[in-house]
Design a protein around this ligand. Structure first.
Ligand SMILES: [Zn+2]
Ligand SMILES: [Zn+2]
Length: 141
């Protein structure tokens, strides 16, 4: 006899594990970009014959940094499975109910008075799930 099991939705990893992966990749992005900048500087201001030998690895590093940035893992709430990087009811910083959203990429919290937004990168750290208010991470990510 075969029992019918309802199809379980794929559970996302617990939040600290996701946060750790995210932080590790973000640090890699910073290192690659930083190393790329130094080499770019060396190629531009260094002796003329450095251009190719330093310039090419510099471009490669910056390019690798960009890839690292654009492939950052998406953060999801293990409880409601939705993206923790959106804006919904709850403030991701203090967890208060009633987040005011005024643009697709910006919102304001009446409780902690922070304006949250995206300008290339996120200007705040996620501590709570914006959809269900679940506490996610003490350190924030
Ligand atoms: Zn949630
Ligand atoms: Zn808040």
């Amino acid at each position: 006899m075969t029992a019918m099991h309802p199809v379980e939705p794929a559970r996302v990893a617990n939040f600290p594990a996701q946060a750790e992966r995210y932080r590790r990749q973000f640090r890699l992005f910073l290192k690659l970009t930083f190393a790329g900048m130094i080499l770019t500087g060396a190629a531009v201001f260094g002796p003329r014959n450095w251009e190719v030998w330093v310039g090419v690895p510099a471009i490669a590093l910056v390019f690798a940094g960009l890839i690292t940035f654009f492939t950052l893992p998406r953060l999801r709430c293990p409880d409601c499975q939705k993206s923790a990087e959106d804006f919904d009811r709850f403030c991701p910083i203090c967890g208060a109910d009633g987040l005011q959203r005024y643009q697709i990429t910006a919102a304001k919290c009446g409780c902690c008075k922070r304006t949250l937004g995206y300008n290339k990168t996120r200007n705040y750290r996620i501590h709570f799930c914006t959809h269900c208010g679940e506490f996610l991470d003490r350190q924030g990510v």
